[in-house]
Write a protein that binds this ligand. Structure first.
Ligand code: FAD
Length: 446
């Protein structure tokens, strides 16, 4: 076998998991690390994400008087997912999360605890975000700049991995298509960080037919490229019917309203003028299923000036406002007309649930529907990110994290808790990168 390039660590995909893996592995100056990215121009989900990082037990929470811990975080995730079998992975990720958030801050990233970001299923405020609320693009720019400053790491763009190379069941490299030619990259370890398959209609139809035809809100590069390569080597798939869904997608715009709106009094009214759900009781992924069952698969999200003031600085609301996705209604009568209701019917629909406040005019309105943002099923890994085969043994030389690996939602999309996506990606990147760096250090000592 002839090789075109030799590295210690080859990372497939330069999004959240891939860049974090590379940064941590390259912390060992004895390792040469290469990230092969299909297309930074088309982008990764991390860069279009809200950039909200779930972590329990950070110094930012402590400073805000919030009592939280990795254990409590893990219990929240497992309560939502019911996926006890995945507990070791969940606990490993939750243990890494506060260290990642604090490390990010120490690298100069402006981060804070989002005390104004309540989410269903979260027993303590634990979403951390950049101080300007600019979303994931800013975070990914920061991380890629850190990687660019490393002498022993390269980010190779427009380089789509197309296959793995293996010998006697051990992964020895990866084949990359670049400038019309195939490059054979020899690697001591290959890390699959190419995200899931939500952009591949046939795979979504195969594994998630129950979603119907949702709006797709992720990037075009999530086509599940890495899954067949790993399956050929005996890897296993898990929880393939679960997705990160959103019930906050604005019809005709594709932007999302803030998940904090229901916690500030916003109500949902369907085309029949019915209030059909306790808005605070559902996470946005689970709300997607509720919306799919409504007439026209949509409902009006209605809120007022106080709710707007509490949420407008989020990147999601800024995008909605810039897109013209929010309608204003001065009076209850105006609002009722938009909902094809009488003023009395609209007044009844807005009646607050026990313990909640009543919205007051003027009102804001957005018609929301369900969307799919990313898939949550994927390869079975162990808590170190090693890809496991049918017998539960690690496939030598092969790691996976982020959306390529099985996620944290459990078997159903309803089990997705806010922040799970980047936790899986950054968390497993952190774990795998550290593991690879430690492994060579140990090998050198021996
Ligand atoms: C709109 C939106 C908002 C979100 N908001 C949040 C949030 O606030 N908090 C949260 O926790 N999660 C959020 N998520 C989920 C989160 O973004 C993902 O779970 C996370 O980015 C997955 O990380 P990843 O590294 O697996 O994939 P990505 O970040 O998508 O990176 C994968 C990379 O692999 C590349 N790639 C694909 N195939 C190949 C190939 N064959 N060869 C080389 N490269 C390849 C892609 O081009 C891409 O750059 C959001 C998702 C969306 C879509």
């Amino acid at each position: 076998m002839t090789w075109d390039i030799e590295v210690d660590v080859a990372v497939v995909g330069g999004g959240a998991c891939g860049v974090m893996t590379a940064l941590r592995a390259a912390g060992d100056p004895g390792l040469v690390v290469a990230v092969f990215e299909r297309s930074a121009r088309e982008g990764c989900n991390a860069a279009i994400s809200s950039g909200s990082l779930a972590a329990g037990g950070t110094r930012f929470q402590a400073a805000a008087g919030i009592d939280d811990s990795p254990r409590r975080h893990a219990e929240d995730i497992l309560r939502a997912s019911g996926d006890e079998e995945w507990r070791p992975v969940v606990e490993a990720l939750c243990a890494a999360a506060p260290r990642i958030v604090e490390w990010l801050a120490d690298t100069g990233y402006p981060i804070e605890i989002g005390t104004d970001m309540p989410r269903a299923g979260m027993t303590a405020p634990r979403l951390h975000t950049d101080t300007g609320r600019l979303g994931g693009a800013r975070l990914m720019r920061h991380l890629r700049a850190l990687l660019a400053a490393r002498d022993n790491a390269a980010f190779v763009d427009e380089a789509r991995a197309v296959d793995l190379v293996s010998r006697d069941g051990e992964v020895t490299g990866v084949v990359v298509a670049q400038n019309g030619a195939l490059q054979r990259v020899r690697a001591g370890a290959v890390v699959l960080a190419a995200d899931g398959f939500a952009a591949d209609e046939a795979l979504v139809e195969q594994y998630l037919p129950h979603l119907g035809t949702p709006f797709y809100g992720g990037v075009s590069t999530s086509t599940g490229d890495a899954l067949p390569w790993a399956l050929r080597l005996g890897a296993r798939l898990r929880n393939m019917g679960a997705g990160l869904r959103s019930g906050l997608v604005v019809v005709d715009h594709g932007t999302r309203v803030s998940p904090a709106l229901p916690f500030n009094g916003a109500v949902l009214v369907n085309l029949d003028g019915e209030r059909f759900v306790d808005e605070e009781s559902k996470g946005y992924s689970s709300m997607a299923g509720v919306l799919r069952r409504q007439p026209g698969e949509r409902a009006a999200m209605i809120w007022d000036a106080a709710a707007m003031a509490a949420t407008r600085e989020s990147e999601m609301m800024r995008e909605c406002l810039a897109a013209g996705a929010v309608q204003d209604r001065a009076t209850l009568g105006d609002l009722a007309a938009s909902l094809h209701l009488t003023t009395g019917q609209a007044d009844r629909a807005l009646a607050p649930l026990p313990g909640r406040r009543r919205l007051t005019a003027p009102y804001h309105l957005a018609w929301v529907t369900h969307g799919l943002l990313a898939t949550q099923g994927g390869l079975v890994i162990d808590p170190s990110g090693r890809v496991l085969d049918e017998a539960g043994a690690p496939i030598p030389g092969l790691y996976a994290g982020g959306g390529t690996a099985c996620g944290l939602a459990g078997p159903h999309s309803d089990g997705y808790l806010s922040g799970n996506g980047l936790l899986s990606a950054f968390g497993m990147g952190w774990i795998i990168g550290n593991h690879l760096a430690e492994r060579t250090t140990r090998a050198q000592v021996q």
